[in-house]
Design a protein around this ligand. Sequence first.
Ligand SMILES: *[C@@H]1O[C@H](CO)[C@@H](O)[C@H](O)[C@H]1NC(C)=O
Ligand SMILES: *[C@@H]1O[C@H](CO)[C@@H](O)[C@H](O)[C@H]1NC(C)=O
Ligand SMILES: *[C@@H]1O[C@H](CO)[C@@H](O)[C@H](O)[C@H]1NC(C)=O
Ligand SMILES: *[C@@H]1O[C@H](CO)[C@@H](O)[C@H](O)[C@H]1NC(C)=O
Ligand SMILES: *[C@@H]1O[C@H](CO)[C@@H](O)[C@H](O)[C@H]1NC(C)=O
Length: 574
Amino acid sequence: MKWWRLTMVRVIVIMAMVNLLVANDKDNHLLHYNGTTSTSTILKEESVVRGTPLGVAVFEVAVDDQDSNVTLTLLPYLLHQARQMRMRSWCKQVVVVSHDPVFLANFAEWSLKGRLLVWATKLLVVTSLPLPQLHALLSSHWTFSMMNTILLNLEDTPPNLRASVYTYLPYSPEGNQAVKVAAWKPGSGLVLLKGRSLYSPKYSNFYGAKVNVTGLPFPPYWDAVKGPDNTTQYSGTDYMTLVTVADALNFTVYIMPTTSWAEVTGLVEQRLSFMAAVHHTVLLARMERFDYAWVHLQGRADFSMADPGLKPQWQSLYYPLLAVVWAAIVLTMLLAPLALLLIIRVSESRMGGEEISALVVALDLGGILLGQSLPQRLCKTNPSRVMVAAWLVFAFIIGTAYRGNLTAFLMLPELAPRPETIEELVAAVDRQAHVDNRRYQQLLIAKYFIRADGTHKLYIGRDGLFPTQSAFPIPHDAPYKPAIDRCLMAVKEAGLYEKWAEDLLFQTQMKAQKKQKQEAEKETESDNNNRSLTFTHLQGAFLLLLLGLSLAGLTFVVEPLTVWHQQHHGGKSE
Ligand SMILES: *[C@@H]1O[C@H](CO)[C@@H](O)[C@H](O)[C@H]1NC(C)=O
Ligand SMILES: *[C@@H]1O[C@H](CO)[C@@H](O)[C@H](O)[C@H]1NC(C)=O
Ligand SMILES: *[C@@H]1O[C@H](CO)[C@@H](O)[C@H](O)[C@H]1NC(C)=O
Ligand SMILES: *[C@@H]1O[C@H](CO)[C@@H](O)[C@H](O)[C@H]1NC(C)=O
Ligand SMILES: *[C@@H]1O[C@H](CO)[C@@H](O)[C@H](O)[C@H]1NC(C)=O
C-alpha cells in the first residue's frame, strides 16, 4: 500500500469493482488522464494489466498549483467520461484521492452536476484534513452528506500513520451529524466502531425529521382546504400516499409554500424540496430537469362528452310492436271489414232492411280496435254477432299489449348511440369532447355534472386516447429513491391507492347528489318531479295529432277545389 505517498497530487480514481484497491502514484504508470485517452482504452488496458475480467478505470488530474484553473476545466469532461463508464459497467465503488479541500469541494459540485453517483455506487474519499474542515466539508455538500459516501482521513504521517473513517448521517436519532465509523492502524487493521457500519443506510428511518415537499392542489390527487385557525387541511390520493410513506419512513411532512407548478418542480430541481408529492406525467423533456420516483399511476388520457340523452321520441309509439305485427294488424284491418261486410250483405239480401255502407263498417271496426263502444248496428244477425265478438276479443288483446308496452317505452326511452371509441369520436366531431386524465374527469363530472337521480350529464368514453405514466418528481439521482420506491410499491400493491380514489369519488358524488336533490326539492315541492313524463317522452302523440290536423287541413282545402273543378269542368262538357 503505497497510496499515502501521494502527497499533494490531486487525483480522482474511478474503480469499477469493489475488491480491487489501486495503488497509484506517479511511479505506478497507471493511465494518466491527458484529455484524449478514452475510458474504454483505460478499461481494457487495466484488465490486461491485472489479469482479471473485472475492470478498473483510473482518471488522474495531476497538475501544478499554478494551473488550478486547468483542473476546473478538465473536471467536467473527466466526470462525463467517468459517468459513461459508471453507466456501462456495474460500477460499485468510486474512490477519490485528494488532499486539497478546494478540489474536493469542486468534485462534490461537479459530480452532482455531472450526475456521476447514484445510491448504488459507493464513494470513498481519501484525504488528509483537520477535523473542523472535514466536518464542514461533509455537511456542506450533497455528494458527501446525502450520497453513499465515506471519508478516509489520514492522520499523522508515516511511520505512525493512522486513519479514521467518517460518514455523514443526515437523519439519525441525534439529528444530522458527521460520525466516525471506523479506525485504521498499521498493526490492527481496520476496526469498526461499535454499532456502526462502513456504508450505513441513511434513509431507512428519518427519526421524525422534518422533510420538505412541494405540491399544489390538483384534485382528486391533492387538495387543500382552509381549516379553522389558519390551518390548511390536505386530502387527495397522492397526499395520502405521501403521508403513508412518511409514516413508514418516520418523517414529518413540511409542505413548502409555492404559487406555481414551475416552482413546485423548480424547488425539487434545486434539491430544496425532497420531492413533489403530486404526480407528474413522465416525459423525456422533464427528465432532463428531474428524476421520477417509482411510477405509481398508470393513467390514460380519456375523452368525455355531453351525454346525447334521449332519442327523439316520436318512434316510441312504434317501438312497442314489431314491424311484422304492425303489418299483420294493417292486413287484418283491411280483411276484417270486407269479411263482415260480406256477412252483412248476405243477411241483408235474405232478410231485407236498411243497407249499411261499407265505410260505416270499416269505421266501426276501427273504433272497436281503439277501444270505442260497441255499435249495435253491426250485430243484427247471428253470423255478424260472432264475427264482432271475435273482433272484440282481438281488439282487447292487441290493445292491452300495446298499451302496456307503450307505457314502458315512454318511461324507459331508448338512449341515442354515443361515441365510445376513437373512431366513433372522430366521426362525431361536431359535438365537443374534453380530453384529460380519467380520474380528474370522473371527479369533475361527479361534482358538477350530476343530476338529482344520480345519473351524469357527461360520460367518459370506453376507449382512451393514449396511455400515460405518472410519478412523483424527485431530484436527479436522489439517494432516497430506493426507500421511497419501496413504500410506493407497498401502497400501490396493497390496493390502497385505488381504494382511496374510489372512496373520494363516492363521497364527492354523494355530496353533489344531495345538493342537487335539495335544489330540486326547493324548486318544485312535488318529489316525484323526476318521474313525470316530459314533452320529449310524449312527442309522438303530439306529432300524430299535428299530422292529422294537417291532413284534415289539406282535405279541407282540396275538397272544395275538386268540387269546384268538377262543376266547372262538368258544366263545360255538358
Ligand atoms: C495523450 O496520450 C496519448 C496516448 O498516450 C498520446 O498519444 C497523446 O499525444 C496524449 N495527448 C496529450 C495532449 O498529451
Ligand atoms: C483562474 O480563473 C479565475 C476566474 O475564472 C481567474 O480570476 C484567475 O486569474 C485564473 N487563474 C489562473 C492561474 O489562470
Ligand atoms: C421515529 O422517530 C422518533 C423520533 O426520533 C423516534 O422516537 C421513534 O422511535 C421512531 N420510530 C421508529 C419506528 O423508528
Ligand atoms: C390568520 O392569518 C391572518 C393573516 O395571515 C392573521 O391576520 C390572523 O391573525 C390569523 N388567525 C389566527 C387565528 O391565527
Ligand atoms: C425546508 O424548508 C425550510 C423553509 O423553506 C428551510 O428553512 C429548510 O432549510 C428546508 N430544509 C431542507 C432540508 O432543505
